[in-house]
Ligand binder design. Structure first.
Ligand code: SAH
Length: 399
């Protein structure tokens, strides 16, 4: 256990700014014989202590910082304190008043690189994506069990990122009781089944909670919810008085979940159409048949994982936004998102702007949207800002 990682001369600036990643190119050498996930002390070329972090020899991100305090050891107590700090921040946000499901730990932005912990009532569903996080997961589970009311801690480490760290997927109970297959999320008056073991992410898109709530006022409107997954935006619009909602998704399972969620909210099934199709394809069909909507939601999956894929992703975003701009009635509304980490809010606004230009439509930006604050943005970690969006009011005049 242990070892030291020395930063190349002149490469310590990002650590001094408290950025929590050490890239392989900044590493001069490593002393001792640290194993994957071991805690290492990180020093500059003169030997001055800078930080303490988890060693990831297989990843381009060679170390992720646990602490900037030299006197702070990384042990179970450390994780207990970090979790208490995360909990205090969520209390400050009054998360329990918004929903019974929220994110307790959002990785680097919460000082816990590689760790995601989502709370669904008395259950915690966790994702550990790095060898450092993997090393401490039992300790974190034990600390979560100490929190008042916890019944069970479940691991859903089935994301792709573990591969880069040489880790296999890992799912199952970490501590306490088995969790239920389905959990009823109640957010801002909306009820939804989250499929905790097999659903996307940890079962539900908690990050869109506040953006879904924007659709509280849809009296008499026709709504198209693209990439609908479990139907959240569409059901919110229906609860907000929409006349009709189309839930559009390529996945039959997602549409089944959306149907179950409609009955959970005691809404008439006749208000909804479920369309299983590719969004690009279906929007083109609507364009060709001159179909129109008052509200369109575009919440696609990540189109770009890396900077390299960004150009192609931009074309995808432009395509769907162009089509949506054409289908919207004057006075309509578009909620459009990107959850590609590499996509900045500025670039996204530019792409959407170009789509509107090409569609010959004008719109006002009513809101620039982001991930909910239980998925915090941190001043020292811009990479953590992955969800960006625009709330657009379509103008009457087109060109
Ligand atoms: N808006 C949802 C989350 C969307 S997740 C919410 O608030 O919960 C993305 C969804 O897009 C997934 O359900 C996936 O099945 C669907 N999807 C991905 N690519 C698609 C495509 N080309 N056409 C239609 N649906 C697609």
């Amino acid at each position: 256990m242990g070892g030291e990682l020395f930063i190349r001369k002149g490469r310590e600036a990002s650590l001094l700014r408290r950025h929590p990643w050490v890239f392989s190119g900044s590493v001069d050498h490593v002393s001792g014989d640290p194993q994957p996930g071991d805690t290492v002390d990180i020093r500059d070329s003169e030997g001055t202590w800078l930080a303490r972090g988890a060693y990831s020899p297989l990843s381009q991100i060679r170390a992720r910082i646990w602490t900037w305090r030299e006197a702070e050891p990384v042990d179970r107590d450390f994780f207990r304190r970090r979790l208490a700090d995360c909990l205090a921040y969520r209390r400050r946000l009054s998360m329990d008043d918004c929903s019974n499901a929220w994110r307790l730990v959002h990785g680097e932005a919460d000082g816990l690189p590689g760790c995601v912990v989502d709370k669904y009532g008395p259950y915690f569903v966790c994702q550990f994506s790095t060898v450092g996080a993997e090393r401490w997961k039992q300790d974190m589970a034990a600390c979560l069990m100490e929190l008042e009311g916890t019944r069970g801690v479940y691991e859903r480490s089935d994301g792709d990122s573990r591969q880069r760290e040489g880790l296999e997927p890992s799912c199952g109970v970490l501590a306490g009781e088995e969790i239920p297959e389905r959990f009823e999320v109640q957010e801002h008056g909306l009820r939804l089944w989250a499929d905790l073991k097999r659903g996307h992410k940890t079962g539900y898109y908690l990050d869109q909670r506040d953006n879904r709530a924007l659709l509280w006022d849809c009296g008499g409107l026709e709504v198209l919810n693209c990439f609908s997954y479990s139907g959240g935006f569409g059901i919110r619009a229906a609860l907000g008085g929409a006349a009709h909602v189309v839930q559009l998704d390529a996945s039959a399972d997602a549409l089944e979940l959306a149907k179950a969620n409609v009955s959970l909210n005691s809404l008439p099934d006749s208000m909804f159409d479920y369309v299983r199709d590719d969004v690009f394809h279906w929007l083109r069909q609507c364009r060709d048949s001159r179909r129109s909507f008052d509200v369109i939601v575009l919440d696609p999956p990540k189109f770009a994982d890396t900077q390299r894929q960004l150009e192609k992703a931009c074309r995808g975003y432009k395509d769907i936004n162009l089509l949506a701009a054409k289908l919207l009635r004057p006075g309509g509304r578009l909620l459009t998102f990107s959850c590609s980490g590499a996509m900045t809010p500025e670039l996204f606004a530019k792409v959407v702007g170009e789509a509107f230009q090409d569609a010959g439509r004008l719109a006002r930006v009513m809101g620039v949207l982001s991930q909910a604050p239980d998925h915090p943005l941190a001043v020292n970690f811009p990479e953590g800002h992955y969800l960006t969006g625009l709330d657009l009011a379509i103008r009457e005049d087109s060109f």
